[in-house]
Design a protein around this ligand. Structure first.
Ligand code: FEO
Length: 160
């Protein structure tokens, strides 16, 4: 079954969103590097790589199914944040937003009766559960650590 035009456009948009997410986390990594928080910087770099893998996963599937994928312009990402807590709260909110995008793709796959796409997208549905929980877990950890414990969390995240 060839991807419908609507679904192909949705994959295209999501590839762009995953690449934007990758740049967002790379920007956060650079931010932490400048602050000398190298553990957080490392974690964010890995996160940026993971988002790029998500983009590749979507590209590979969409092309295998005859979709029309084009790599478009990636909008600029933020470069400055407040506290470390605020930054990770931003990550959590962003992941919730990505979950909504994935859910909408599942809705389209269901409307189009494209079972293969629906099955493929469920991997992302599960991934988003993990992404949200991880981000929320880090927010909780940072809050508990307070100012004095931040370097401990930094070294923990550096082990990713
Ligand atoms: Fe690819 Fe973090 O969602």
């Amino acid at each position: 079954m060839i991807l419908s035009k609507k679904l192909s456009e949705a994959f295209n948009a999501q590839v762009n969103a995953e690449m934007w997410s990758s740049n967002l986390y790379l920007s956060m990594s650079v931010h932490f590097q400048k602050l000398g928080l190298n553990g957080f910087a490392h974690w964010m770099k890995k996160q940026a790589e993971e988002e790029m893998e998500h983009a590749h996963k979507m590209i590979d599937f969409a092309i295998d199914r005859g979709g029309d994928i084009t790599i478009g312009q990636i909008n600029v990402v933020p470069t400055a944040w407040g506290s470390v807590t605020e930054l990770f709260e931003h990550v959590y909110k962003h992941e919730c937003y990505v979950s909504e995008l994935i859910d909408k793709m599942v809705d389209i796959a269901e409307e189009e009766k494209d079972h293969a796409s629906r099955d493929f997208l469920f991997w992302f549905v599960r991934e988003q559960v993990e992404e949200e929980a991880t981000a929320q877990g880090i927010v909780d950890k940072i809050k508990k650590a307070g100012d004095t414990g931040i370097f401990f969390v930094d070294s923990q995240l550096g082990q990713r």
